[in-house]
Design a protein around this ligand. Structure first.
Ligand SMILES: Cc1cc2nc3c(=O)[nH]c(=O)nc-3n(C[C@H](O)[C@H](O)[C@H](O)COP(=O)(O)OP(=O)(O)OC[C@H]3O[C@@H](n4cnc5c(N)ncnc54)[C@H](O)[C@@H]3O)c2cc1C
Length: 474
């Protein structure tokens, strides 16, 4: 077997597979249908301000060990900053500082939890008990129940859905408790907040995503010998004698290789797999995966509005608001250099689809004015809503059965993408994990046993003792 690999899809799954395989000396051709790399973690040019704007703010966390490894591997980790403090703004405008303190997990966040002043002491007490129950593997080992049902059956504080559970879950999984499986909800709280001191910390890009995953990564891949081809949409993979032999491009060009990685979203798979796989259960299962939408509201004000870099908004339409330094844009227009940009993220935005953009912008601006009165006097120069209808897969009960392993039914074809089996929800971490797993499989087929997937963060001794958790590291 030789080492020519074709990767279809230049999102984080394809990019991470490409990076690992070039590192191991394989000849990689990356085929991406769009003009730019990055996939869903991308940017667009706002023609009014002539600025590159991220389609949506992308947030990484300390528990994303593979994502952080990948950013370092390809030398773009300098374009992220670690945030050790968040601001939660309660329904009545209460400002609550959220940061870790000394002590092992989960004690490190006890102070932050105490400071959530929009929850009563009784609610916090009950939430503490529910979180502890959720962390215990015994109580949470139910795959066919929605988290909403679990809260109703096992928890004492289901009344805190809107002000606690959904605040965290909607941001992490882009769905509300009623459309989230118990294991998916449990992973968010346990891996993110309860088992390690740094798992919850937030990583934010300090440059447009297009600069990070597009320009910088393209340069890195090419300098490591990869052939990166954008505007190279694949029509279908071609097979011969039960193996994939080539990728046929929409242009008619046919490129042969020895190994293939199909790193496209689940709803593109049927069109691209070799024809003998079209009716395979793996493909029909993928067709049943449901999507969840995410909207981002982009606002340009005539003067500064926020007095914090970002905030989590509790009990409002907008869930996170982020400012962004103007200096991030390499060539701001005269208009944009005088404007102050904000982005408000609305995950699980199912009900927004039918609403006119102007109505959504007005609702979000009114909310900002309730929290920051400065917004009332600041003129809104430009506003737009971007909705990704198939932003992520919906982590509903039963979805795990629909997610395939990276090794496809054809020996020399790997599937990759945040939707494949990674143990993670649809995130950048999940995408990178899938790319590493696909690369591992290819190397193994070549007789090279490389372990590429990074270890989880260690589970603190206290979390092990309190909740009966195991340390997931090998
Ligand atoms: C609005 C929004 C907000 C998000 N926020 C966060 C966040 O804060 N944190 C987080 O961790 N994750 C977030 N995510 C999820 C994250 O973006 C995805 O999980 C991740 O980027 C998926 O990467 P991927 O490589 O699996 O898929 P994709 O990024 O979808 O990449 C697939 C690529 O395949 C290409 N392709 C498709 N068909 C073809 C073809 N025929 N030929 C060639 N190429 C093709 C596509 O153009 C695309 O570039 C968000 C997603 C969205 C949409």
């Amino acid at each position: 077997m030789e080492g020519r690999v074709i990767i279809v899809g230049g999102g984080l799954a394809g990019l991470s597979a490409a990076a690992m395989l070039t590192q191991h000396g394989l000849t990689v051709t990356l085929l991406e249908s769009r003009p730019r790399l990055g996939g869903r973690a991308g940017s667009f040019l706002d023609t009014t301000t002539n600025e590159w704007i991220d389609t949506c703010q992308h947030v990484g966390m300390g528990c994303c060990t593979n994502l952080l490894h990948f950013l370092k591997l390809v030398g773009v980790d300098d374009l992220f900053r670690e945030e050790r403090e968040l601001t939660f703004i309660g329904p009545g405008g209460e400002r609550c500082r959220f940061g870790d303190h000394i002590g092992p997990a989960p004690l490190h966040l006890a102070g932050a939890f105490r400071r959530l002043s929009y929850l009563s002491i009784g609610e916090k007490w009950r939430l503490g008990q529910d979180l502890s129950r959720l962390a215990h593997p015994h109580w949470a080992d139910v795959h066919d129940l929605s988290f909403d049902d679990w809260l109703s059956r096992h928890a004492q504080s289901s009344d805190c859905r809107d002000r606690f559970w959904d605040v965290i879950l909607v941001s992490a999984l882009s769905e509300r408790a009623a459309r989230i499986s118990v294991p998916a909800a449990r992973n968010v709280f346990v891996d993110g907040f309860m088992s390690n001191r740094v798992g919850w910390r937030v990583y934010l890009p300090t440059a447009p995503l297009d600069e990070i995953y597009g320009q910088r990564l393209t340069a890195w891949l090419m300098s490591h010998g990869a052939d990166v081809r954008t505007q190279a949409g694949v029509q279908r993979l071609e097979e011969q004698n039960g193996e994939v032999v080539a990728a046929r491009l929409r242009s008619g060009e046919v490129i042969a290789a020895d190994e293939f990685v199909l790193a496209v979203p689940w709803h593109r798979v049927r069109d691209l797999v070799p024809s003998s796989l079209v009716d395979h259960p793996v493909v029909t299962a993928a067709d049943q995966i449901e999507a969840a939408p995410i909207s981002s509201v982009h606002l340009w004000f005539g003067r500064p509005v926020l007095d914090v870099p970002h905030a989590v908004l509790v009990g409002r339409l907008g869930q996170w608001v982020f400012t962004r330094a103007q200096s991030l844009n390499p060539q701001p227009s005269t208009l944009s250099s005088n404007l102050h940009y904000l982005q408000v993220v609305i995950s699980a935005s199912h009900e927004l689809a039918a609403k006119p953009q102007a109505e959504v912008v007005a609702a979000v601006v009114t909310e900002l004015g309730e929290i920051w009165p400065e917004a009332n006097g600041a003129s809104l120069v430009h506003g737009r809503v971007v909705t990704e209808h198939r932003a992520v897969f919906s982590p509903q009960p039963g979805v795990e059965k629909l997610r395939p392993a990276q090794q496809s039914p054809m020996a020399n074809l790997q599937l990759a993408g945040d939707w494949t089996q990674t143990g993670w929800p649809a995130t950048m971490e999940g995408a990178v994990r899938s790319g590493y797993l696909a690369a591992e499989n290819i190397l193994r087929r070549m007789g090279r046993d490389a372990s590429l997937v990074q270890a989880e963060l260690p589970t603190s001794w206290l979390a092990q003792r309190l909740f009966g958790l195991r340390d997931k590291r090998p």
